[in-house]
Design a protein around this ligand. Structure first.
Ligand SMILES: Cc1cc2nc3c(=O)[nH]c(=O)nc-3n(C[C@H](O)[C@H](O)[C@H](O)COP(=O)(O)OP(=O)(O)OC[C@H]3O[C@@H](n4cnc5c(N)ncnc54)[C@H](O)[C@@H]3O)c2cc1C
Length: 610
């Protein structure tokens, strides 16, 4: 039997590359129909469409400016600006906490409504949308940038953005607190300087960029360095003659910035850093100098988006290389595998129909096969390999997950919990929005708040009471199965024995903890941080910071460095939702063909009969 299956799989594998039928399943060039002008996996440009546009533009939690290009894919004008726009997105990618860049194809039929509502009559056209809270005001200050005002000049776009940020900061007091302070500090003497920073916490590093006729340069450096803002205070200042006289000794060349360090005991140290020391007076030299001299030790990982390719690579590894390490699967292993496949089919953020179909068939197969039968992993492999393994996209390397499979498994499960939450609460999220007003610093106090609050917020809402009976718990588990499936997967298949046993211990009380709609998302976040902290203690040479860091989510922390759990929850929803993931590279070969689907069907039938 096994020999026959292998023979069949080999024949299909040989036939598959010819794939004469792939033209019947052309890969859509975009998530919708028409081609897009920007690569779907470009980390610097968000490809917007009718499905995700509103999520980005009208999201009240968006705390950055969104620059959107509305284009027509077939128009020469739109095409001619692609290079400048891509250069701009790369050039300002370090400003991602303040500005992000997106694009939408208005020739795509599905996008017409969005383009009519938000776009313009002539394309290409660009719009700057302010952060979500300003968008919600009666005068949201959306800025239209017409093509002829910027042409194909990257620096012109950039200047418009700088002016826009200035304008928002001047006209709105409620711009996000995570933004850098843009205005210039007035200090005339050393005394002034000390008075100004006297309340600064000990052990701080302060850099004052010196303004002359280089206002734009300094504003760009401020934005470039905004990612270090939690640890480094950077401001602009006018250097008065008096202050210059007091500081100029030991310094030659044009003064670029003033470095001020306040030590552990409150004593300050001052030094003027000049262009000679930096090796130039341009954006690249200054940012590089600051990064190497002041930011290397405090650099928090900049937030990478989630790459679909990492998720697919992790999925492939788990099914083809981990589950199948077991020669034969017993009853509880089969049940764990069935639950794993089922939650993937139901909640994985597929961006492609082929892997979805694959999991649908696998899910059906797991359901119809006789439950008491041992499953031979050779049979399982043969089923999965039909069509030369092409159903789950093959990708050559991990993008974000440099450490490989364990990282991708975490990402898969975080993405599943978020997708599970969103699917189960879509209606409430649309009508209520996410609550941001609560600052709750531990799960214990959160549980108390849940018990006592009459708030209508999604976060504090419960579907069941704390003294729920077993029946309610089971109903909840049925509605939120992801973490239970993860626990069983890790227990039965995760090939790191030590990890599996640790995780099993940490997840023993899931039945008691996973009782609220948002429990799975937050519990997995907490468990993941627990494990990272333990690994840090065990191996101090490889410290791991808690996630998210203050840099990546300033709102997630109180000034005393406690978690603001509702903000963490919002952040998790945002970071792990499908809309914010980088889609799979377009170059993946055609995945599913008619013959392989037919063969898979036949194979499933044969194995089911036996
Ligand atoms: C279930 C499980 C148990 C494990 N147990 C052990 C163990 O006992 N001993 C051991 O040595 N290794 C264990 N590992 C591996 C370990 O946790 C790391 O995955 C591995 O060391 C690689 O670490 P990393 O720095 O790439 O980041 P990872 O910890 O793998 O994190 C991957 C990515 O997830 C995101 N992230 C990080 N923390 C959070 C969070 N709290 N919430 C949401 N997203 C987050 C970040 O983007 C990060 O880059 C386990 C892995 C898994 C999946």
């Amino acid at each position: 039997m096994n020999g026959f299956l292998l023979f069949l799989a080999t024949i299909i594998g040989i036939l598959y590359p010819v794939d004469l039928t792939s033209k019947w399943y052309p890969r859509p060039p975009s998530r919708q129909g028409r081609p897009v002008l920007y690569k779907l996996d470009d980390p610097n440009i968000i490809n917007l469409d009718s499905e995700n546009f509103e999520t980005f533009v009208t999201n009240p939690n968006r705390d950055y400016i969104l620059l959107v290009q509305f284009y027509i894919d077939w128009s020469e004008g739109s095409r001619s600006v692609v290079q400048a726009y891509s250069d701009l997105a790369r050039n300002i990618s370090t400003w991602e906490n303040i500005v992000r860049v997106g694009a939408i194809n208005c020739a795509e039929e599905n996008n017409i409504d969005v383009c009519r509502e938000y776009g313009w009559v002539a394309y290409p056209v660009f719009k700057l949308f302010p952060p979500g809270n300003i968008m919600a005001t009666p005068e949201p200050s959306i800025k239209l940038i017409e093509y002829n005002t910027v042409g194909k000049k990257m620096y012109k776009f950039r200047n418009v953005i700088l002016e826009y940020i200035d304008q928002l900061i001047t006209n709105h007091t409620n711009y996000p607190t995570s933004w850098p302070v843009f205005d210039s500090l007035q200090v005339d003497s050393l005394k002034d300087l000390e008075t100004h920073f006297q309340n600064q916490t000990k052990d701080s590093t302060i850099l004052l960029l010196i303004d002359r006729d280089n206002r734009d340069l300094n504003r760009m450096v401020l934005l470039d360095m905004s990612v270090y803002q939690a640890n480094l205070i950077i401001r602009r200042t006018q250097l008065s003659q008096q202050l210059y006289e007091q500081l100029k000794k030991n310094s030659s060349g044009e003064p670029i910035f003033l470095f001020m360090s306040i030590g552990k005991h409150g004593k300050s140290f001052l030094k003027l850093i000049s262009s000679d020391e930096i090796g130039g007076n341009n954006r690249e030299s200054i940012t590089k100098y600051i990064e190497t001299h002041f930011a290397t030790n405090i650099r928090n990982k900049r937030m990478d988006p989630i790459y679909m390719s990492d998720l697919y690579k992790g999925l492939r590894h788990s099914l083809y290389n981990e589950v199948t390490l077991h020669k034969k699967l017993n009853g509880s292993q089969i049940a764990a595998l069935a639950a794993y496949i089922s939650v993937i089919y139901r909640y994985f953020p597929f961006d492609n129909e082929n892997p979805r179909r694959f999991f649908k068939r696998m899910d059906q197969w797991m359901r119809i096969r006789k439950p008491d039968k041992i499953l031979d992993s050779i049979d399982l492999l043969a089923i999965m390999r039909v069509g030369s393994e092409g159903f789950i996209p093959q990708t050559d390397h991990y993008h974000h997950c440099k450490s490989g499979y364990p990282c991708s498994l975490w990402l898969i499960f975080h993405a599943l919990t978020v997708s599970e939450y969103i699917k189960n609460n879509r209606y409430k999220m649309e009508t209520i929005g996410l609550d941001k007003s609560n600052s709750i610093n531990s799960f214990k106090s959160k549980a108390q708040a849940i018990e006592t609050s009459s708030s209508s917020s999604v976060l504090l809402e419960t579907t069941i009471s704390l003294d729920q009976d077993e029946k309610e718990r089971l109903a909840h588990r049925k509605k939120y199965p992801v973490l239970f499936a993860m626990r069983d997967y890790v227990r039965h298949f995760y090939s790191c024995a030590e990890c599996s046993s640790h995780f099993t211990t940490l997840s023993n009380d899931f039945e008691q903890r996973l009782i609220y709609p948002n429990s799975s998302v937050l519990t997995l976040w907490e468990v993941h941080n627990n494990i990272s902290q333990r690994l840090s203690r065990e191996n101090p040479d490889h410290p791991r910071s808690l996630w998210p860091s203050r840099n990546t989510c300033p709102r997630c922390f109180t000034p005393a460095d406690n978690w603001v759990v509702p903000e963490v929850f919002n952040f998790l929803l945002f970071h792990y939702s499908k809309d914010h993931m980088v889609a799979l590279r377009n170059s993946v070969p055609p995945l599913c063909s008619i013959p392989s689907s037919v063969f898979l069907f036949i194979l499933i039938m044969i194995i089911s009969i036996y």
